[in-house]
Design a protein around this ligand. Structure first.
Ligand code: PMP
Length: 440
C-alpha cells in the first residue's frame, strides 16, 4: 500500500516518462489471476498487466518452457544466427494466421516495435506514401508507431506526412451522430475521390476493436467496407491484434469477427505470456524488402520465443478462445446487471474477455465521467481488484483479465466492481485519493 519501501525506491529511481499509475500498487509476486503485494495482500488482476499476462502469472507451461530455454540458452538473438525456438514460433504464427502467398514473420519485443517495423517495411517496399489510420488508435509509443497513432495521450507528437486519420466507427459516440458508421464511409469516399486517391494508399492500420481509444466495437461490416474500398486498389490491410488477439476476443483472431482478410497481422502483449515478445506476419515481398533494415539485438531471442511457443500451445490445448467467449458472455451479462443499477454506467461493450465500461455523468448527455472513472479504479484497488481505464476522455474501465479466469473469480470481480461504483456514486471516495495519480 501507499508509501511502502518499494514505492519510495521506485519514486527515486524509475523514470516518470514510463509510468502510467492509477493507485499505489507494488507487486512482489503473482499466482494465476492474482497479484501479491509487499504486505501479502492478494489482488484479483482484471487487467492481466494490460493484456500482457494473458495466461496469468506463473503458468506451468511458461515456467517450464522458459526454464528449459534459459538453461540451454541458444544464443540471445536471431540477428546473426538461427535458433530453433524462434524458427518454430514463426512457423506456428504462419500456421495459425490466415493468409495466402509467401509470407514471413518479423519478431520483436513490443506492440510498438511490431507496428513500427511493419510500417517502415510497407513504406519501403511499395513506393506508396499514404497510410490510413484512425482517430483514437494506439499503435505504440515509439516514434514510428506514434506517427500513425491518433490517441489523445500523444497529442503534440509529429505524425507521418501523408497519414489520414478517419473517425473510428463508434456506435456510442458516433461521428456526425450516425451510429451505423455510414458517415465514416462517406468521409472516406470523399478523401479517396479528392486528396487521398486509393492508388496512393500503402496500407490501412486497423484495430478490430479499438483498445486504448476506448474499447470500441465497430458496427458490423464497417471495417470490412473500408477494406473493400482499399484492397482492390492494392492498399495493404494491417490488423493490430496486439491487445485483442490470440483468443482474447472469443475467436483466435479478433479480425475474424469482422470477416477481414488482412495482409499483415501484428501480435504482442499476450504472445509472450508476460515476457517481451511481439511479431508481424505479412507478405515476404514486404518483410524481405532489405537486409539489416529493422533490427534490434535481442529480437527472436530463444527464451522469449520459447515463452511464445508455450503460449500458443496452451491456447490450442486449452481451447482458450472458446473459453474466453464463454466466460466473456457471463462477464458481459454481469456488467449489464451493474449497468441496470448504476446510473454512472453509460455503456457496456466488448468481445469475449476484452470489455469496456464507459462511465458518464449523465446518461442523456453522455458527458464523460473522467474523475469518477479514476475513483472507481482506485476504489476497486482498495477493495482487492486491479483494473485500469482507457479512452480519449479517460472514462472507460478496461476489463481484460487473464484468459484462465474462472467463474468464482468472475463473481469476485463483479462484486468488487459493484461496490466500487456504489462507493463512487455515493461520494465515498475523496478527491484527495486520486490526486497523486494522473493516469492518462
Ligand atoms: N497496439 C495496440 C492495439 C495496443 O493496445 C498497444 C498497447 N496498449 C500497442 C499496440 C503497443 O504495445 P506495446 O505497449 O507493447 O508496445
Amino acid at each position: 500500500m501507499m508509501d511502502t519501501h518499494l514505492q519510495l525506491r521506485d519514486a527515486r529511481t524509475i523514470a516518470g516518462i514510463q509510468k502510467l499509475r492509477f493507485f499505489p500498487h507494488s507487486i512482489v509476486a503473482g499466482e494465476g489471476c492474482y497479484l501479491i503485494e509487499e504486505d501479502g495482500r492478494r489482488l484479483l488482476d482484471l487487467s492481466a498487466s494490460w493484456g500482457a499476462a494473458g495466461l496469468g502469472y506463473g503458468h506451468p507451461a511458461i515456467v517450464e518452457a522458459v526454464t528449459t530455454a534459459i538453461r540451454q540458452q541458444a544464443g540471445a538473438s536471431i540477428l546473426s544466427a538461427v535458433n530453433r525456438p524462434a524458427v518454430e514460433l514463426a512457423e506456428n504464427l504462419l500456421a495459425l494466421t490466415p493468409g495466402s502467398g509467401d509470407r514471413r514473420v518479423w519478431l520483436g519485443h513490443s506492440g510498438s516495435d511490431a507496428n513500427e517495423a511493419a510500417l517502415r517495411a510497407i513504406l519501403a517496399a511499395g513506393g506508396r506514401s499514404r497510410i490510413i489510420s484512425f482517430v483514437g488508435a494506439y499503435h505504440g509509443g515509439t516514434a514510428g508507431s506514434m506517427s500513425i497513432s491518433g490517441h489523445s495521450c500523444q497529442s503534440g507528437v509529429s505524425k507521418l506526412p501523408g497519414v489520414l486519420f478517419l473517425p473510428y466507427p463508434d456506435p456510442y459516440r458516433p461521428f456526425m451522430g450516425d451510429p451505423s458508421g455510414q458517415s465514416v464511409l462517406q468521409l472516406l469516399d470523399y478523401h479517396l475521390q479528392t486528396d487521398c486517391p486509393p492508388e496512393e494508399v500503402a496500407a490501412v492500420f486497423m484495430e478490430p476493436v479499438m483498445s486504448d481509444g476506448g474499447l470500441i466495437v465497430p458496427p458490423p461490416g464497417l471495417l470490412k467496407a473500408i477494406q473493400d474500398r482499399l484492397h482492390p486498389h492494392g492498399a495493404l490491410i494491417l490488423c493490430d491484434e496486439v491487445k485483442v488477439g490470440l483468443g482474447r476476443s472469443g475467436k483466435l483472431h479478433c479480425f475474424q469477427h469482422e470477416e477481414l482478410s488482412p495482409d499483415f497481422v501484428t501480435f504482442g502483449k499476450g504472445l509472450g505470456g508476460g515476457l517481451a515478445l511481439s511479431a508481424v506476419v505479412g507478405p515476404a515481398e514486404v518483410l524481405d524488402v532489405a537486409q539489416a533494415f529493422a533490427m534490434e539485438t535481442t529480437c527472436g531471442n530463444p527464451v522469449s520465443a520459447a515463452a511464445g511457443l508455450a503460449v500458443l500451445k496452451t491456447i490450442r490445448d486449452e481451447n482458450l478462445p472458446e473459453r474466453a467467449a464463454r466466460i466473456g458472455r457471463k462477464l458481459y451479462s454481469g456488467l449489464e446487471r451493474l449497468a441496470s443499477t448504476h446510473p454512472l454506467v453509460g455503456d457496456v461493450r466488448g468481445r469475449g474477455l476484452v470489455m469496456g465500461v464507459e462511465l458518464v455523468r449523465d446518461r442523456e448527455s453522455r458527458e464523460p465521467a473522467a474523475t469518477q472513472t479514476a475513483k472507481v479504479v482506485y476504489r476497486a484497488y482498495e477493495l482487492g481488484a486491479v483494473l485500469y481505464y482507457v479512452g480519449l476522455q479517460s472514462n472507460v474501465l478496461e476489463i481484460t483479465p487473464p484468459l484462465i479466469i474462472g467463474d468464482k473469480e468472475l463473481e469476485e470481480a463483479l462484486e468488487i466492481l459493484d461496490n466500487a461504483i456504489s462507493d463512487v456514486e455515493n461520494h465515498r471516495v475523496p478527491d484527495e485519493a486520486i490526486r497523486k495519480f494522473q493516469g492518462w
